[in-house]
Ligand binder design. Structure first.
Ligand code: GDP
Length: 329
């Protein structure tokens, strides 16, 4: 028997106190597709709106599978927790449905960070579309921030469009790279390199230090060919070893410099406003779609016309117009 869900007020109060159990349950509520849960989730988001802390930092982290993302996030997370900062780790993983479980969930990842009282790690929801997963991740960001997590690391686990989705919900974007190989060899699209504010060559340890330095030089050169970024920041290229922990402090210091630069020149706030605009439009689109298909008269009409279209008695376009007319006469 599932436990009864706490009320919206209990959840909101618990989150503001930093109660991890209630935070977890609130995220489950936000991820639920049941209409009653979605209504409660909406109330919860509204209740927490006023309490979002001002100073949070959202960092997107991407890189090919095997580059060391989870090892790196654990090292960075431990560094932050070591400074007394509360850090949340989320993931956008559009492939989770295909693989039948999220990558963060089924591998034992970030073992040390997951038991740190200052860290909160949430596996990716199994969504029916990248858009759906991304929307829930944005709401989850708002929840963990309301619970006082000042740094939110968002990992993209999928390969492909999830980078763009994560770029649109974060303040800074970090691309992890392997020593040596050029981007074609690492399977990285040019667009991804262009989105990055910080490139980090991981696994710069053992006999790979030399290769890592070569990769650094290569990417520094490549970056010169890109147009200047809108945020007034010249992307940096660093090297680190996530397993040995070397270079991690430098990565964080550079991210903080980036944040300060973007705050000083106004990009930070402007970017969040633009993101809020997208968030609003995405939410509106999702709500419209859901409300439309749930409408009993729409369902009835759909059933009727589906048959007519299949039998060739009506054109798909005319049928679509007629279904729309149920709600928009
Ligand atoms: P992900 O798929 O990008 O999340 O990569 P993982 O974090 O799972 O790491 C993939 C493999 O690379 C694992 O075997 C890690 O132990 C290893 N790895 C990660 N970071 C480093 C590093 O800095 N140095 C070395 N030598 N190996 C690393």
């Amino acid at each position: 028997m599932p436990r009864p869900l706490p009320s919206v007020t209990e959840l909101a109060d618990g989150i503001r106190r930093g109660d991890r159990v209630l935070l977890g349950r609130a995220i489950t509520l936000v991820e639920s597709t049941a209409p009653a849960h979605q209504a409660q989730a909406g109330e919860l988001m509204a209740a927490l709106q006023a309490y979002a802390p001002v100073q949070t930092f959202r960092v997107g982290i991407t890189g090919s599978p095997g580059v060391g993302k989870s090892t790196f996030i654990e090292a960075l997370g431990k560094h932050l927790a070591g400074q007394g900062q509360k850090v949340a780790v989320l993931a956008v993983d559009p492939t989770s449905q295909v693989s039948g479980g999220s990558i963060l969930g089924d591998k034992t990842r970030m073992e040390q960070l997951s038991v740190d009282p200052l860290a909160f790690i949430r596996p990716s929801p199994a969504g029916d579309s990248l858009g759906g997963v991304a929307r829930k991740t944005r709401e989850t960001i708002a929840l963990v921030e309301a619970a006082g997590y000042g740094v939110v690391l968002v990992e993209t686990v999928g390969v492909g469009q999830s980078e763009t989705a994560v770029h649109r919900m974060t303040d800074a974007f970090l691309l992890l790279l392997l020593p040596g190989a050029g981007d074609e060899l690492q399977g990285i699209k040019r667009g991804i390199v262009e989105m990055a504010d910080l490139l980090v060559v991981n696994k710069a340890d053992g006999d790979r230090v030399q290769l890592a330095n070569q990769a650094r030089a290569h990417y520094l050169n490549a970056l010169h060919l890109f147009p200047a970024k809108e945020n007034g920041w010249t992307p940096r290229v660093l090297a680190c070893s996530a397993t040995e922990g070397t270079g991690i402090a430098d990565v964080w210091a550079t991210l903080e410099t980036y944040k300060k630069t973007a705050q000083d020149n106004g990009f930070f706030d402007k970017n969040r406003q633009v993101q809020a605009h997208y968030w609003f439009r995405d939410a509106l689109e999702q709500e419209l779609r859901t409300a439309f298909y749930r409408h009993p008269a729409v369902q009835e009409k759909l059933n009727m016309l589906e048959e007519a279209v299949a039998a060739g008695r009506m054109s798909p376009f005319a049928a679509a117009r007629e279904v729309l007319r149920v709600v928009f006469p």
